[in-house]
Design a protein around this ligand. Structure first.
Ligand SMILES: *Cc1c(COP(=O)(O)O)cnc(C)c1O
Length: 372
């Protein structure tokens, strides 16, 4: 069975469907290769590299229609580092979380573990459903996830009605940002990493911050709270204003992310990207709805993500074996999030992925299933 060979005519042109790291466009890698001798291996304190950091920050500002006063802040460590940065530098005392998957849970845990913060309120929902933020007196920071990559549930980015004046909203857009629509005025911090919908490599965090969030960072720093140097948000803000990072970034990651944003902006920016992901989502969920053996894991169609789709398979089909056969045929990283423990495939629908390749993937799955 595992020697099933999917004919080339029905296979996707590019077999990368991972939710992160995700497909990186070959054109981006070629552009990187073209500048490799003048850019890679050169100082991040000099113009050549600072120009690329500037291009990346500008690309993000254009792509997300950065409102007046908002700033693009970049530093090392990926989103996981940003959770610690926010724990030290954005939450005064009490936070509230909407937790509906592994990624939301990790940020909530970081805050709950911090001895200098009050115990957070956590609204939880089981995998495949959404949890929501509700106004609560005394909460100075609310946190939610635009797209829960572990389950394929996406929610709109919206301020919490009735929240205390000055309370911040922090939105984890690591996988949603770039695939799903957003109006940045509806949040104070929209943070993401380059290896998901932005189709670059990992290692950076990028936060689009409102004036209120920037003010909060300076306010907390001024209280004298102990903040590890590497996780100091004020340092990250000040370095970003100079088009640099506090410590050495991965230059290839910076370049590929800037390249990708320029490409997406040239295609039509966020509206184009949202439309393209939605097209892929309609293809994949439509196929699953019609299929005799596959169903979308997320039962509420309004919560089904157009960034990352999770598809359950009925008991006659072993999804792990299916993923293995796809992998042997060059179609990779369709495995589900390990801790979710479902008989499922998880497929990235980021704008980098060709909608025609998503259609081809469904044909490839049908081909394999018929032969199991
Ligand atoms: C991937 C992911 C993260 C973790 O990102 P890293 O850069 O690997 O730390 C956090 N949140 C969400 C929603 C993600 O998809």
């Amino acid at each position: 069975m595992s020697d099933i060979r999917i004919p080339d005519e029905i296979k996707p042109v590019d077999g990368r469907f991972g939710s992160g790291p995700s497909k990186v466009r070959p054109e981006g890698v070629e552009s990187l290769s073209a500048v490799s001798r003048t850019f890679l291996g050169t100082s991040h304190r000099q113009k050549t590299v600072k120009d690329q950091v500037a291009r990346l920050r500008r690309g993000l500002a254009d792509f997300f229609a950065l409102p007046d006063g908002y700033e693009v802040v970049i530093a090392n460590g990926g989103t996981s580092a940003f959770w610690e940065v926010a724990t030290f530098g954005l939450i005064r005392d009490r936070a509230q979380f909407a937790e509906f998957g592994e990624f939301g849970a990790k940020f909530a845990k970081a805050v709950s573990d911090a001895p200098f913060l009050g115990e957070p309120t956590v609204h939880r929902a089981p995998g495949g459903q959404a949890a929501y933020l509700t106004a609560e007196g005394g909460v100075d920071a609310y946190a939610s996830v635009q797209n829960e990559t572990s389950t394929g549930v996406a929610v709109p980015v919206r301020r919490v009605p009735g929240a205390d004046p000055g309370a911040l909203l922090l939105t984890d857009a690591t996988s949603g940002g770039g695939s799903l629509d957003v109006d940045l005025r509806e949040t104070d911090v929209y943070y993401l990493a380059p290896q998901k919908a932005l189709g670059s490599d990992g290692g950076l965090w990028m936060a689009l911050m409102s004036p209120a969030a920037i003010e909060r960072a300076f306010e907390i720093k001024a209280t004298g709270r102990y903040i590890p140097q590497f996780l100091d948000l004020v340092t990250a803000i000040e370095q970003s204003r100079l088009e640099q990072t506090y410590n050495t970034p991965a230059l290839a990651t910076v370049f590929l992310a800037a390249e990708q944003l320029d490409w997406m902006n040239a295609q039509g920016g966020l509206p184009w990207a949202v439309k393209r992901s939605a097209e892929s989502a309609a293809t994949l969920y439509g196929w699953a709805d019609r299929s005799a053996f596959a169903t979308p894991f997320v039962t509420d169609p309004a919560l089904r993500s157009a960034a990352v789709a999770t598809i359950d398979f009925d008991d006659r089909i072993d999804a792990a074996q299916l993923a293995k056969i796809l992998r042997a045929n060059g179609i990779v990283d369709t495995e589900p999030y390990r801790k979710l423990g479902r008989n499922q495939l998880r497929i990235a629908l980021y704008p980098t992925v060709e909608p025609s390749d998503v259609a081809a993937l469904t044909a490839a799955i049908d081909y394999v299933v018929e032969r199991l």
